[in-house]
Design a protein around this ligand. Structure first.
Ligand code: GTP
Ligand code: MG
Length: 193
């Protein structure tokens, strides 16, 4: 649920980046951090110092501009598909306003994508969220690699509801800001229809 602070005139929304292991969730946050003006973002918190898999979560707060008198801030989190601590997950998944599903476009990752999508739905439902009613964006990442599935096939499998979606190469900052903007648009529509 978006949290409005009337003293500071801020609306804070929580967005989760979800997807299979190694799909590029952390890389999305790094890219957004690199491509945002200094004044729009606070520090990127990567709890793992190494560049390997995320064990806990990453966090990046980012300003998306003014909404009437209020300042819209998105709090971006990534969580690993197989977190070390499920208890961390349940805390992060409380009060989620939207989720970005980062799919790995490679042929070999298809089964993992499908599993991660159903895990996302299950975990969010367990926290009492009505997933179908939630702002969702699908990203097909790693489009630079050779062994990727055709976009249409990924769409059929992962996005039958034709949600807003985006091709990406997160490691080259392609499609990452567009994904975030698509999410911001959906969140805005929800809080100020
Ligand atoms: N070629 C290519 N590599 C990518 C792309 N996006 C991410 N990677 C690389 O894939 C690896 C995994 O990316 P991460 O961002 O750590 O993946 P993650 O989804 O956070 O993975 P977990 O934290 O384990 O769940 C890293 O080496 C990235 O640099 C991409 O679009 N193309
Ligand atoms: Mg990660």
């Amino acid at each position: 649920m978006a949290f409005t602070n009337f003293d500071t005139k801020e609306i804070n929304c929580k967005i989760i980046y979800f997807g299979p292991r190694g799909a590029g969730k952390t890389e999305n946050l790094r890219s957004i951090y690199k491509n945002s003006a200094d004044e729009l973002r606070s520090g990127l918190l990567e709890l793992d110092e190494s560049l390997g898999p995320t064990r806990f979560f990453d966090f990046l707060p980012i300003s998306m501009g003014q909404l009437r008198d209020f300042h819209l801030k998105l709090h971006l989190f990534t969580i690993p598909a197989n977190p070390l601590y499920e208890s961390v997950l349940s805390v992060i998944l409380k009060g989620v306003d939207g989720f970005v599903f980062v799919a790995d476009s490679r042929v070999e990752a298809m089964a993992d994508n499908v599993d991660a999508m159903s895990a996302a739905r299950r975990l969010l439902a367990e926290q009492g969220h009505n997933v179908s009613d939630m702002p969702r964006v699908i990203q097909y990442n790693k489009r630079d690699l050779n062994d990727v599935l055709p976009l249409e096939l990924l769409r059929q499998e992962l996005n039958p509801g034709q949600l807003p979606d985006q091709k990406a190469v997160a490691s080259q900052s392609i499609g990452t800001m567009e994904t975030l903007q698509a999410m911001a648009k959906l969140v805005l529509k929800k809080i100020a229809p």
